[in-house]
Design a protein around this ligand. Structure first.
Ligand code: A3P
Length: 282
């Protein structure tokens, strides 16, 4: 397996061309009524999408149980996103792993709401190792050690985690942008869901909120065929489970002390200049 290169960024090779990605990146029109989930892969993207869908349907599970997650909130930079470019009727929920500099510029003049989801990069690394090692659409690391090196170099799908977060952080003061973290969702899912509701201008009663919480939980999501990609045939591009372990700090079960030190050093260099309290890790 190889990467698909587009605009200098490695993409997973999911069977569509760099022209498709490029056109989606440049021509996609983001509308004021859109809600866009943006994240680096393996940050908990599907979890957040499920939460947004459940908030939208006020805790009713009909939608999440009848429509695949990739149709409820399509990915901009895919062939599906490319088709949506040409459709007038399209969902208002969108998702993307694109780095800031490749994102459709129409975002910046729209009032669309953007939720940027981040996660401790060490957990992103561990999660990504398992995902790509068993995936059918990207280069496969042979060991965590190998993947560790690729991750630090940015030689992984969607490029460098550090560049991704640095780019999107420049949007953090905009009132139509909400920063969220996997860690706060784990620590206090109820308050975080309430915060998301407030940002979206949605009001839920306590029972509706309870349903959002319950039905977006790891165990329920893992069983939802419309969210866990079981709907796709075995032979398809997504093979690795999206819901794997679902905890914070799994990196501790994988990094050696030397790797942790090496990671820390790179992190300090690459993230210099950002206030530490911006991130719920380290
Ligand atoms: P792990 O591999 O650490 O378990 P993404 O959706 O961006 O690909 O992220 C996948 C990660 O989110 C996986 O992390 C997965 O287990 C976790 N995840 C998915 N659904 C979750 C949920 N409902 N609650 C907590 N974590 C979840």
């Amino acid at each position: 397996y190889e990467f698909l290169w587009c605009e200098g960024l490695p993409f997973p090779d999911s069977g569509f061309s760099s022209e498709v990605i490029k056109e989606a990146c440049t021509k996609f029109v983001i509308k004021d009524e859109d809600t866009v989930t943006v994240s680096y892969p393996k940050s908990g993207t599907h979890w957040l999408i499920e939460i947004l869908c459940l908030i939208h349907s006020k805790g009713d599970t009909k939608w999440i149980q009848s429509v695949p997650i990739w149709e409820r909130s399509p990915w901009i930079e895919t062939d599906r996103g490319y088709k949506l470019l040409k459709e007038n009727e399209r969902p208002n929920f969108l998702s993307s792993h694109l780095p800031f500099h490749l994102f459709p510029k129409s975002l910046f003049t729209s009032k669309a709401k953007v939720l940027y989801l981040m996660r401790n990069p060490k957990d992103v690394l561990a999660s990504g190792y398992y995902f790509w090692a068993t995936s059918k659409f990207s280069i496969k690391p042979e060991s965590l050690e190998q993947y560790f090196k690729w991750f630090i170099q940015g030689n992984v799908p969607y490029g460098s985690w550090f560049e991704h977060i640095r780019g999107w952080m420049s949007m953090r003061h905009r009132e139509n942008v909400l920063l969220l973290s996997y860690e706060e969702l784990q620590k206090d899912p109820r308050s975080t869901i309430e915060k998301i509701c407030q940002f979206l201008g949605k009001k839920l009663n306590p029972e509706e909120l309870d349903s959002v919480l319950k039905n977006s939980s790891f165990h329920v999501m893992k069983q939802n065929k419309m969210s866990n990609y079981e709907m796709l045939p075995e032979s398809s591009m997504i093979h690795s489970p999206i819901a794997r372990k679902g905890i914070c700090g799994d990196w501790k079960n994988h990094f050696t002390v030397a790797q942790d030190e090496a990671f820390h050093k790179v992190y300090q260099e690459k993230m210099a200049g950002f206030p530490k309290d911006l991130f719920p890790w380290e």
